[in-house]
Design a binder for this molecule. Structure first.
Ligand code: ASP
Ligand code: MG
Length: 439
């Protein structure tokens, strides 16, 4: 059995949905197909919620109506038969009635999650109507019946495995299952989600839970690229990556994949393929246990980073200093990305400023604290790069003109990270493209 996941743009137009139907019926292997909401929908639902939470019902109503109109038009192209249109219209009516009822009740966090879930619920139901019209036998699997997170918002693979396994057994005569990405139930049994972009995570969890032959992530780009195509002119798709390399890249900024979505597939050793709906025959990027080749594979950048430097002469020959520093970050649930130390100072980076003033205040008794905002982590990712000839030389040669603030090397054999002021990001990525890839 395999998993195929289609993102918002892959289902965002009626003709795209038609193409998805073709892609999922190309071969006879049984599948679970995971769909995102139509592109733009989740953003619209967030905006509707924001208007509601600030008590602006009128604005919310307007946004609901605009979104509804979009869906009504969408289905006229999606399905042609009268019966299918009636079914599709009934689905839209049901979900927009729900949104309109919400206008009249008081807003809460649980309600917010309910609103956000409407996108995936509609995309899968409408797709199902289309498949039915085409006479394609399938089964709609409600993600809310098997996808769950615990009290610390972590998906529980064991539970998902058991529940999904049971559902699939119940419908063992079916070969094609359609389910919602992103949405789940939380520890309280309420509707919740796996955070923005979480459909990839759903796909990886489902793939791990059913021990799929492959987890295919279909988007609108032909795989993971060696550099950011929005910034650098010439980039190429990477043929093969290891799970570790892919996780580093996703975390450090390659937007194509949700950063936490690698671990379930990795845990069950299910290969992940990144494929392009617009060029279905392109080979894309394959992510497996093996890296395929050694050396530098890609460069990725993560913005919005703050560097904090703690300098103390008391650190000299002292033990326990780092523990005290890290405890402050732990206390404020702020994760650290990069660390460098010298004998009298330690620098760390964080990607959330939410608790910054409190953190700085608690660090001050340890020594002088310096904060640098608007930094970017530029990560060089590959396989055994520390053992690759000449990498450091090429790297530092390439960034000669960049005021690098921090360098982290040796923490993992797959990564070298540099911190640069965000204003120098574009130039850094361009210089590295030339220096490391000759592009
Ligand atoms: N629809 C959700 C979002 O836009 C989940 C996803 O697309 O992966 O964040
Ligand atoms: Mg999306």
């Amino acid at each position: 059995m395999k998993v195929m996941k289609f993102g918002g743009t892959s289902v965002g137009k009626p003709e795209r949905m038609h193409e998805v139907a073709q892609l999922i019926t190309k071969d006879a292997e049984p599948k679970v197909v995971v769909l995102s909401a139509l592109s733009g929908t989740t953003n619209a639902l967030v905006e509707i919620s924001n208007s509601l939470s600030t008590g602006n019902r009128e604005a919310a109503k307007q946004k609901i109506d605009t979104l509804e109109a979009h869906y009504r038009t969408f289905i006229t192209e999606l399905v042609k038969q009268e019966g299918s249109r009636a079914k599709a219209n009934a689905i839209i009516t049901e979900h927009f009635e729900f949104l309109n009822i919400i206008l009249r009740i008081s807003f809460s966090e649980a309600l917010y999650k309910d609103i956000l879930a409407q996108g995936e619920l509609m995309s899968t139901k409408l797709f199902s109507v289309y498949l039915e019209e085409q006479g394609i036998d399938h089964m709609l699997l409600p993600a809310l019946e098997f996808m769950s997170i615990d009290a610390s918002e972590e998906p529980q693979l064991g539970t998902i495995k058991a529940k999904l396994g049971q559902l699939l057994k119940q419908y063992h005569d079916k070969k094609l299952f359609i389910t919602q990405g992103y949405i789940c139930r939380n520890a309280k049994g309420e509707v919740d989600n796996l955070k923005r972009g979480g459909s990839d995570y759903t796909a990886s969890l489902v793939a791990a839970a059913i021990n799929a032959s492959v987890c295919e992530i279909w988007t609108d780009i032909d795989g993971m690229h060696n550099n950011d195509p929005r910034i650098v002119d010439k980039t190429v798709a990477i043929k093969q990556l290891s799970f570790d390399e892919a996780a580093e890249l996703a975390y450090f900024g390659a937007k194509i994949l949700h950063p936490t979505c690698i671990w379930p597939a990795q845990q069950e050793n299910v290969p992940v393929k990144l494929l392009n709906t617009m060029q279905p025959d392109a080979s894309g990027t394959v992510i497996t246990k093996e890296a395929g080749s050694t050396g530098v594979k890609a460069v990725a950048a993560k913005d919005g980073i703050t560097a904090i430097k703690i300098k103390s002469s008391r650190m000299l020959l002292a033990y326990g200093f780092l523990r005290k520093v890290f405890e402050v970050f732990e206390k404020y649930q702020t994760s650290i990305d990069m660390i460098t130390t010298s004998e009298v100072a330690v620098s760390v980076t964080i990607d959330s400023d939410a608790a910054l003033p409190k953190i700085v205040k608690e660090l001050e008794p340890f020594g002088s604290v310096e904060v640098q905002k608007d930094q970017t982590i530029v990560s060089i990712v590959g396989n055994e790069i520390s053992e690759t000839d000449d990498v450091l030389h090429k790297l530092f040669d390439a960034v000669r003109e960049v005021p690098v603030t921090m360098v982290s090397y040796g923490g993992s054999p797959h990564n070298i990270s540099m911190l640069v002021p965000s204003a120098h990001k574009t130039k850094t990525l361009q210089l590295l493209n030339k220096g490391l890839f000759g592009l």
